[in-house]
Design a protein around this ligand. Structure first.
Ligand code: 5GP
Length: 197
C-alpha cells in the first residue's frame, strides 16, 4: 500500500452514493506534506513532458495543482465555475456536470491564459465519471493547446471516467485507484499498481 492509499484507509470515509470523503487531508483541511509528496510523484510520472502550464478546475483541484505546478516551475490555471452568459469572446467555455452536487456548471478560462503554444498537464483530485476532465480537455482543445497528460489523486475505478479518458488515448495517471468501497462496512479496495519510489 502506498503512502496515499494508507492515508485513505486511515482517514477516508465512505459515504452512500459512491462518495469518498477525504476532507481531513485533501478536500477541506489539507496535509501539506502529503501535497508535496503528490506534487513530486506527478513530476516523476510526467518528467519527460514539456509542460508549460498546469490546468485544473475549482475548487478542490486548485491546492493540488499548485504543488504540481511548483514542481514543474510553471503557472497553474484553474477553470472557474460561472453563471455569466455572453462571455464567449474573452473566455474558453465548457459545460461540466458536477458528480458531487448533481448540477451543471459552465466553466471558463480566460483566453489570456491559454493558447496554442501551451502544453498542459491537467490535474484534479477525483475521477468518477470523467465530466470534469472532459470539460478541461474541451477547454484545452478550444485553445489549440496540447494535452500532455492527466493526473488524478484518487480515481474511482468502478466508475467509467478512467476508461473513457484512457480510451481517448491520453496518458492518465491516478495515484490511488479505488476498485470497490462499501459505505456500510467502510471497506476500501485498491487496484494493484506499481509502488511509488
Ligand atoms: P467526474 O467529473 O469525474 O464525474 O467527478 C470528478 C469531480 O467530482 C472531482 O472534481 C471531484 O471534486 C468530485 N468528486 C467525484 N467523486 C468524488 C468523491 O467520491 N469524493 C469527493 N470528495 N469528490 C468527488
Amino acid at each position: 500500500m502506498n503512502f496515499l492509499e494508507a492515508r485513505i484507509v486511515r482517514d477516508g470515509v465512505v459515504k452512500p452514493g459512491n462518495v469518498l470523503k477525504v476532507d481531513s487531508f485533501l478536500n477541506h483541511q489539507m496535509d501539506i506534506a502529503l501535497m508535496e509528496e503528490i506534487g513530486r510523484e506527478f513530476k516523476r510520472r510526467f518528467a519527460d513532458k514539456p509542460v508549460t502550464k498546469v490546468l485544473t478546475i475549482e475548487a478542490s483541484g486548485i491546492g493540488i495543482a499548485c504543488f504540481v505546478a511548483r514542481e514543474f516551475g510553471v503557472p497553474m490555471v484553474f477553470a472557474k465555475k460561472s453563471k455569466s452568459i455572453n462571455i464567449e469572446g474573452e473566455m474558453y467555455v465548457a459545460e461540466v456536470e458536477s458528480f458531487t452536487h448533481k448540477n451543471r456548471n459552465q466553466v471558463i478560462v480566460s483566453r489570456k491564459f491559454l493558447d496554442a503554444d501551451d502544453h498542459l498537464l491537467i490535474i484534479d483530485d477525483f475521477l468518477a465519471n470523467g465530466c470534469a476532465l472532459q470539460g478541461l480537455i474541451s477547454i484545452a482543445e478550444s485553445a489549440g493547446a496540447t494535452v500532455e497528460g492527466l493526473g488524478i489523486v484518487i480515481e474511482k475505478g468502478f466508475q467509467i471516467g478512467g476508461r473513457v479518458i484512457r480510451n481517448l488515448g491520453y496518458q492518465l495517471e491516478s495515484l490511488a485507484i479505488v476498485d470497490a468501497m462499501d459505505a456500510e462496512t467502510g471497506t476500501i479496495t485498491f487496484r494493484e499498481q506499481p509502488q511509488w519510489d
